[in-house]
Design a protein around this ligand. Structure first.
Ligand SMILES: NC(=O)c1ccc[n+]([C@@H]2O[C@H](COP(=O)([O-])OP(=O)(O)OC[C@H]3O[C@@H](n4cnc5c(N)ncnc54)[C@H](OP(=O)(O)O)[C@@H]3O)[C@@H](O)[C@H]2O)c1
Length: 427
C-alpha cells in the first residue's frame, strides 16, 4: 500500500510546484483555505518554483487576500527548476504529494513525473493534454507501481467533473448504466471572462501533435471496450442541442480520453459494465457559431505551421476572439463565472438485461460549480490531494499512473467537492 505519511526527512504533505503561475497562485490560496482538512486537522505544505522572489510575492498576495499573515512565515519555499533534475529530486524527497502546476505539460511535465516516481512522491497535475497523460501511463505505470507512487493526471476542470460525473451518474442509476452524454455550458457573468494564455499554449501544441497521440495509442495495442446495450451515436460537429437549448459542438478537451481510461481500468479491476461516453459543449446562438467557425478555421490552418503557431501564441486574444488572454481573467470576472455540466444517461433498470433490447431507463445528473479554470480547478486539485492523504486505503492497492476516476472511484471525493461548491446532483 502506498504511503502518505510525513517524516522528518519528508516533512510536507503537499508541495505546490509552479506556485507562481497564473493557476498556481489560486492553488496556493485554496491550499491555505483548506489546511484544516489535512490529516488530523493540519496540513504541512510548501510552495515551489524557479524564482524565490516570485514565490515570496505569491505568499504575500495570498496572505493579504485571505487575511492570513502567517502564510508569509509558516509556508516554506523550495527553489526547483524543470531543467535541473537534481533540484526536482531534492523537492520530491521532501513531499508526500507534489501538486504540479507547471505547463504546458508536453514540454515541462515528464521530468517532474520521473522525479516523483523515482523519489517516492505522489504526483497530481492539471493536464488537459491526452498525449501527455497517456504517454505518462505508457512510460511510468510499471515503475510507479513498483515504487508505490500514485501519478494522477487531469485533476482540474479537465477532467474531474466529467470523469467523476460519469461515475456519479452510474452510481445513482438503479440498474446498469450503459451510455452517457455530457453537455457543458459556461456562464461568463456580467464582467465577462477569459482563459489564461497557459491553457491556450497547451491547446496549440496539443492540436499540432495530433498524429503522435494516434501512434502512442497504437503502441498500447488495446482492444476497443465492449459495447453493452445500444451503441451511443456520435453527434455531428455542430448541432442544435435540445438538452441545453443551444448550438453545440463536441468537447475538444481531454474528457473523452480520460473517461475512457477510467472505464477501461474499472472494467478490468471490478468487472463492471463499461459506460460509453460522448462529451459536448454549448456554444450559444448563431453569432457565436459564426465566430467559432471563423476562429476554428484559422486555428486549424495556422496550428499546422510553426510561423502560424508563433502568431497564435503572440496574439491569443485576437485569434480566439477574446476567449484567451495573456493577462488571464480578473478576480471580479472569476467571481461572476460558473459552469454547468449536464449528464444524460441511459441504461437498463434492475430486472432488465442489456440483451433484452433497447435501454429502458434514463437518468439526468448535473455537476455545477464556480468558474472552471481558476476556481473549480484549484478546488478539484486540492481536494484530490486531500483525498489521497485522508483516504489512502480507498485508492487502488498499488501505485501507478491513474485517471481521477480510476484513483478516486471508491473514495468520498464527490462529498468533498460538494462541500466546496462543486455540486453533483440527480435531477
Ligand atoms: N485542467 C484544467 O482545467 C486546467 C486549468 C487551468 C490551467 N491548466 C493547465 O495548467 C498549466 C499552467 O497554466 P497557467 O495558465 O497557470 O500557466 P502559467 O501562468 O504560464 O504558469 C506556468 C508555471 O510554470 C512555471 N515554469 C515554467 N518553466 C519552468 C521551469 N523550467 N521550471 C520550473 N517552473 C517553470 C512558471 O514559472 P515562473 O512563474 O517562474 O515563470 C509558472 O509558475 C497549463 O498546462 C494549463 O493548461 C489546466
Amino acid at each position: 500500500m502506498p504511503s502518505v505519511e510525513t517524516s522528518p526527512n519528508r516533512p510536507y504533505h503537499l508541495v505546490i510546484f509552479g506556485a507562481s503561475g497564473f493557476t498556481g497562485q489560486f492553488v496556493v490560496e485554496e491550499a491555505a483555505r483548506t489546511a484544516s482538512e489535512g490529516p488530523n486537522g493540519t496540513l504541512k505544505w510548501a510552495v515551489a518554483g524557479r524564482s524565490r522572489q516570485k514565490l515570496e510575492k505569491i505568499l504575500e498576495q495570498a496572505a493579504s487576500v485571505l487575511s492570513k499573515p502567517e502564510l508569509r512565515t509558516e509556508v516554506d519555499i523550495i527553489v526547483a527548476d524543470v531543467g535541473e533534475p537534481d533540484s526536482l529530486a531534492a523537492m520530491c524527497k521532501q513531499a508526500v504529494i507534489v501538486l504540479n502546476c507547471v505547463g504546458p505539460y508536453r514540454f515541462f511535465g515528464e521530468p517532474m513525473v520521473k522525479a516523483c516516481v523515482e523519489n517516492g512522491a505522489h504526483h497530481i497535475d492539471l493536464c488537459g493534454e491526452p498525449q501527455f497523460l497517456e504517454g505518462m501511463q505508457f512510460n511510468y505505470h510499471s515503475k510507479a507501481e513498483v515504487n508505490g507512487v500514485y501519478v494522477i493526471g487531469s485533476c482540474g476542470f479537465d477532467s474531474i467533473p466529467a470523469d467523476i460525473g460519469v461515475l456519479f451518474t452510474r452510481d445513482q442509476f438503479k440498474g446498469t448504466l450503459t451510455a452517457v452524454e455530457s453537455f457543458l455550458t459556461v456562464n461568463a457573468g456580467p464582467e465577462g471572462g477569459c482563459i489564461h494564455d497557459g491553457t491556450w499554449q497547451s491547446a496549440i501544441y496539443g492540436f499540432a501533435d495530433g498524429t503522435k497521440l494516434q501512434n502512442l495509442r497504437k503502441k498500447f495495442g488495446l482492444k476497443p471496450l465492449p459495447v453493452v446495450g445500444s451503441r451511443l451515436k456520435r453527434r455531428g460537429t455542430l448541432f442544435y442541442s435540445n438538452e441545453i437549448q443551444q448550438y453545440t459542438v463536441p468537447f475538444m478537451g481531454s474528457d473523452p480520453s480520460v473517461v475512457k481510461r477510467t472505464q477501461r481500468f474499472l472494467v478490468k479491476r471490478d468487472n463492471v459494465t463499461p459506460v460509453q461516453y460522448g462529451a459536448y459543449a454549448g456554444v450559444g446562438g448563431v453569432s457565436n457559431v459564426v465566430k467559432l467557425m471563423f476562429a476554428s478555421l484559422m486555428f486549424w490552418f495556422m496550428v499546422k505551421f510553426s510561423f502560424g503557431r508563433d502568431l497564435l501564441i503572440k496574439y491569443p486574444e485576437f485569434f480566439s476572439f477574446g476567449v484567451f488572454s495573456k493577462e488571464g481573467p480578473t478576480r471580479k470576472q472569476l467571481e461572476g463565472s460558473s459552469f454547468q455540466m449536464a449528464f444524460h444517461g441511459e441504461g437498463y433498470t434492475d430486472g432488465h438485461e442489456p440483451s433484452s433490447g433497447k435501454p429502458n431507463g434514463k437518468i439526468r445528473v448535473v455537476v455545477q460549480g464556480p468558474e472552471c479554470g481558476y476556481v473549480t480547478t484549484p478546488i478539484a486539485m486540492v481536494q484530490a490531494a486531500l483525498t489521497i492523504l485522508n483516504e489512502c486505503p480507498a485508492l487502488p492497492d498499488t501505485g501507478g499512473v491513474y485517471s481521477p476516476g480510476a484513483a478516486f472511484a471508491k473514495t468520498t471525493l464527490v462529498d468533498r467537492l460538494n462541500k466546496h461548491g462543486i455540486q453533483f446532483s440527480v435531477l
